[in-house]
Design a protein around this ligand. Sequence first.
Ligand code: WT7
Length: 570
Amino acid sequence: MKEIIPPDGGQHHLKNYESVFGTFRFEDVHADFSWHTTGKVNMAYELIDRHTTGPRKNKTALLYADDHRRESYTFEDLRKLSNRFGHLLQRLGVSKGDRVFFFMPRSPEVYIGMLGAFKIGAVVGPLFEAFMEGAVTDRLADAEAAVLVTTAALKERVPRGKLPNLRHLIIVDEQPEYAAGEVNFKQAMAESEEELELAWGSLEDPMILHYTSGSTGKPKGVLHVQGAMIQHYITGKWVLDLQEDDIYWCTADPGWVTGTSYGIFAPWLNGATNLVRGGRFSADGWYRTLQDYGVTVWYSAPTAFRMLMSAGDELTAKYSFGRLRHVLSVGEPLNPEVIRWGLKVYGKRIHDTWWMTETGAHMIVNLPCMDIRPGSMGKPFPGIEAAIVDNQGNVLPPNSLGNLAVKTGWPSMMRQIWNNPAKYDEYFSVPGWYISGDSAYMDEDGYFWFQGRVDDVINTSGERVGPFEVESKLVEHPAVAEAGVIGKPDPLRGEIIKAFIALREGYAPSDELLDHIRLFVKTGLSAHAAPREFEVLEKLPKTRSGKIMRRVLKAKELGLPTGDLSTIED
Ligand code: WT7
């Protein structure tokens, strides 16, 4: 008998899954948007401006807190500030479709800036602040970004000489001197106008470009369009269950898709008060945030829950979570013991959700009105058709392991891999289906159970790392001849990065050398991409065509059979 945790009986937007599954159409929500009557679409208008013509005008839209700043902005404040930023971009000559990137820590300016960019029809590109020069350069160059919004410290990682298309850097904090092409944010905002002519467009206009990792090649620029808002809005309503008096906290950084789709779009499309906590993770700090702000809806990740769990129940007992109403998780498998622990310490079920950068919004979910089966990701969101298919696209019966696939065509589906149509087509190689790269099975009641990745993509602490990008950086180090990188199961981080390397002639393995190599990846790519473990081999297993066989390395690591070795070199 499978473990089942029934709903808690609270009031939710959606009362019953069965009543809408199979009948709901995304078209049903069009009438909730301004463009339904005007025919003119602008993301920021629907996020912010729309609310300022009614009772939400002076409602708190953004609560911001870190160790140095505590601020609060109404919808009207954000409307005016984003107008100013939009005007600032216009004066820099930015026009519709130009890429405006953001490379900075969480702060109110990121949110104001992204909204302002949407207002003039620019395509927003978020970059995680931990990226180092190599990672930043690859992404800005691929997107041919015209403007970068950043800080005085982070701009040191931006080699402008290698980025001919990058016309302006907007420096958000102050610096003593401004070089040609650098803009003083504060001053330029003050010189901007508070009213702005918005760029109106269509549902298919490009809106945001998120870079994500695959198993081969450079990171891919996943492009989403304005029409994705339909799905952000309705999943915000039904899955996050956002209600008028909620204080909503999504812990993700806007450098990742969760931090935009569910840290910006879903909450504000629903007119919710959105809390942003800057700075690093600390169990104490997070609990204080939950308590002091009276957070009611909380969206986080398994790694964070596991870290809170390992901080001990004595800590949890020091705080009260009386206002907490709804808790959700995304990014990696949510362990059943974490769900049981959440029930014990918060008195709430943790609702798992499954989706990807490429899907743009929730695909498989646990709605508050559904039974939870710990260990399962839930069921498809109404309007989404998910299935387990074989490599030919045949739908497999319940309880068979196969490719987790989604019938193509949903509002937030990516529309392009930037500059790389061939990569885009790979996702749709089985006609009619989007192939996720995850393997899973569906039980006889329609619940989906995640089993792993089909490819070699690593998921460490909920962040996707492409093994190829790490391997490429490793072989740039003078001591490294060859490298193969795998994800190794880890109780706290889900997976850690383990690198197998062969050294060049004249180098001998030592802790010092390996530390040096680790630092080389950390400073060249980012901290989360740096291998935590190394193993030095004479030679790496390769196919006859020279491809490193990560599968063999992984099997060896896990003590499993290596499988078919017919293509191995010797
Ligand atoms: C990959 C997507 C957009 C969400 C944040 C990550 C894994 C995501 C779950 C889950 C098990 C999950 C999958 C997926 N993943 N959610 N609930 N259970 N695995 O977005 O960086 O695009 O990564 O994260 O492997 O393919 P992402």
